[in-house]
Design a protein around this ligand. Structure first.
Ligand code: BES
Ligand code: ZN
Ligand code: ZN
Length: 478
C-alpha cells in the first residue's frame, strides 16, 4: 500500500541522495556520511545502514540535472527491493528530491517504481507467504488531496500492468482460453466494462475460419473475448485494441524445438496488455471509447490441426496458404481485426502480439517493433511513450516487401521467404485492416525478460506495453 502521511517515525526509512545536493538530508544521515564513503549519491548506489535502531536504505540519484523519469522509476524500485529483502513491512520514503526536481509530475513513475519493484509472481507454491507492505511518502507539502488523487489514478494504471504480468506468468494449464475469459469477466465487473465471450458455434456463424483453424488444434476450444469500454458518450467513434491470445504456442505440426518452448505460455501477452490497459482506462473513467478484442486459443497438435500446404478461409473472405503452422498469431489476429471492423465498427486499430523472433534479433528486449500506415497515429503513440517511458521503433514499409507474401494458390500466404520476418508478419496483419489507421506492435522481445534488465522488472512477464496503450487514450494529468 502507498500512503501519504506526515508521520515520520518508522522502523525503516528510504532516503534518496543526489551527488550534488544534500540540503534535505536529515542530520543523522549526514553524520553517517562522514563515516561511510559509499554515501556519495552515485546513481544506483545503495547503502543499507542502521542508525539509532532504524534501518536506512540510502540510494544514490547521481547529479540533480541528470535525473530523469526512467532513472527515478529504477531507483525507487531498487529502494523498495532492499526493504523487502530486509523484511520491513512499514517504512517511510522521503520523496523531497523528486518533488523539488519534477513537482507532482514524478508521482506516476514513483508509484510505478514502488509497485513494480515489489511485484512478485507468487505462483502455486503451497507455502507461499506474501509480503504486505506500506510505504509512507514524506515530503509532500501542498495540495495533499490532489496528490492523493494522482496517486490513486496511477495505482489503477499500474494495477493494469500487474494484471497483465500475472496473466502472462500463468502457465497454459492454469490459463486456458476459457479460464482467461472468466478472468476478464471478473475484471469487467470490477472496473465497469462490458464483456462478451464468443464460443465456437458463434465463431462459425461469423465465419471466423482462420481463427477456428488454429483453435481446432486443441481440445481446449477457442474463445473470442470482447471487452467494450464506452467512456465517451459524446462520440460514436471507437478504437479497436486487438491482442494475440495464444495461451500456449507449441508451433503445431511445425513444432518448436524443446529448448525454445520455455516461454510458450507467454504467447497471450498482447491480449494481456489489452486487458491491463482497458482495466486502467475503465478504473480511471477516462473519456474515450475502446473495444478490446482477444482471439484466445492454443496452438497444438491434434487430429484436427492444420498442416503446411493447407489453404484456409478467413472472415474477410480472403484465402490463406499455410506455409508454417508456427506463424499462427497473424491468422487469428486477421480474423479478430475483421470482426472489429464488421461487428464492432472500429474506426482505427492497434494490434499487439508476441509475433516474431525476428523482432528480438532486430531490437532486443527493451524496444517494441512497430509497423503503421498512419504517421499521425504513430506520432500519438510516441507522445504516449514519452509519458510511459517505454520504447518503440518503427519499421519501414516498401512496396516490394508486400510482394513477399504473394501466394501462387491463395490470396496471401502466412509466411515470407527469407529475412524481414517482423515486417512480413506485420504486413500480413495490416492487409486485413482495410483502410483504417493501423498500428502493429510486435512485443515478442519486450513482453518477457529473463533475466530482468531494469530494476522495476522481475523475471518473466513485463506488462509491456500497458502504460503506453493507456496514455495513448488517457493523456490526462495522471
Ligand atoms: N509466438 C511466436 C513468436 C515468439 C518467438 C514470441 C519468441 C516470443 C518469443 C510466433 O507464433 C512464432 O512462432 N513465430 C515464428 C514465425 C515464423 C514461423 C514465420 C518465428 O518468429 O519464428
Ligand atoms: Zn508460433
Ligand atoms: Zn505464437
Amino acid at each position: 500500500m502507498i500512503s501519504v502521511s506526515g508521520k515520520r517515525d518508522y522502523k525503516g526509512q528510504v532516503i534518496f541522495l543526489y551527488e550534488d545536493d544534500s540540503s534535505y538530508i536529515p542530520d543523522e544521515v549526514l553524520e553517517a556520511r562522514n563515516i561511510s564513503s559509499t554515501l556519495e549519491g552515485k546513481l544506483y548506489s545503495v547503502t543499507n545502514i542502521y542508525i539509532s535502531n532504524k534501518f536506512y536504505v540510502i540510494v544514490g540519484l547521481g547529479g540533480y540535472r541528470d535525473l530523469d523519469m526512467k532513472k527515478l522509476k529504477s531507483v525507487v524500485a531498487k529502494s523498495v527491493k532492499q526493504m523487502k529483502k530486509a523484511g520491513i513491512e512499514e517504512y517511510g520514503m522521503d520523496i523531497t528530491p523528486f518533488i523539488q526536481r519534477f513537482d507532482s509530475q514524478c508521482l506516476f513513475h514513483l508509484v510505478e517504481g514502488i509497485k513494480l519493484g515489489n511485484y512478485e509472481f507468487y505462483g502455486y507454491k503451497t507455502d507461499k507467504k506474501e509480503y504486505d507492505y506500506t510505504v509512507f511518502l514524506q515530503g509532500i507539502h501542498k495540495d495533499i488531496n490532489q496528490v492523493k488523487e494522482i496517486i490513486h489514478k496511477a495505482e489503477n494504471i499500474v494495477d493494469g500492468i500487474i494484471i497483465a504480468r500475472d496473466l502472462v506468468n500463468a502457465p497454459a494449464n492454469r490459463l486456458t482460453p476459457e479460464l482467461l475469459s472468466q478472468e476478464v469477466i471478473l475484471l469487467g465487473d470490477k472496473a465497469g466494462f462490458e464483456v462478451e465471450i464468443l464460443k465456437e458455434d458463434e465463431l462459425e456463424e461469423l465465419n471466423m475460419k482462420a481463427f477456428l483453424t488454429v483453435g481446432s488444434s486443441s481440445g481446449n476450444s477457442p474463445r473470442l473475448i470482447v471487452m467494450r469500454y464506452k467512456g465517451d458518450s459524446t462520440s460514436d467513434k471507437v478504437a479497436g485494441l486487438v491482442g494475440k491470445g495464444v495461451t500456449c504456442d507449441t508451433g503445431g505440426y511445425c513444432l518448436k524445438a524443446s529448448n525454445t518452448m520455455g516461454g510458450i505460455k507467454g504467447d497471450m501477452a498482447g491480449g494481456a496488455a489489452v486487458i491491463g490497459a482497458i482495466y486502467g482506462l475503465a478504473m480511471n473513467k477516462v473519456k474515450t471509447n475502446v473495444v478490446g478484442i482477444i482471439p484466445a486459443c492454443e496452438n497444438r497438435i491434434s487430429r484436427e490441426s492444420y498442416i503446411p500446404g493447407d489453404v484456409i478461409d478467413s472472415m474477410s473472405g480472403k484465402t490463406i496458404e499455410i506455409i508454417n503452422t508456427d506463424a499462427e498469431g497473424r491468422l487469428i489476429l486477421a480474423d479478430a481485426i475483421t470482426y472489429g471492423i464488421k461487428v464492432e465498427g472500429i474506426d482505427k486499430v492497434i494490434d499487439i502480439a508476441t509475433l516474431t523472433s525476428a523482432v528480438v534479433a532486430a531490437l532486443g528486449f527493451t524496444t517494441t517493433g512497430v509497423l503503421t500506415n498512419n504517421t499521425e497515429f504513430y506520432d500519438k503513440l510516441i507522445k504516449a511513450s514519452e509519458k510511459s517511458g517505454e520504447q518503440f521503433w518503427r519499421f519501414p514499409i516498401y512496396d516490394e516487401y508486400r510482394d513477399m507474401l504473394k501466394s501462387d494458390i491463395a490470396d496471401i500466404k502466412n509466411m515470407g521467404k527469407d529475412y524481414l520476418g517482423t515486417v512480413t508478419a506485420g504486413l500480413f496483419i495490416g492487409s486485413f485492416a482495410e483502410k483504417l489507421p493501423w498500428i502493429h506492435m510486435d512485443i515478442a522481445g519486450t513482453a518477457w525478460v529473463n533475466p530482468p534488465i531494469f530494476q522495476y522488472q522481475s523475471e518473466g512477464a513485463t506488462g509491456a506495453p500497458v502504460t503506453s496503450l493507456y496514455f495513448l487514450f488517457g493523456m490526462g494529468d495522471e
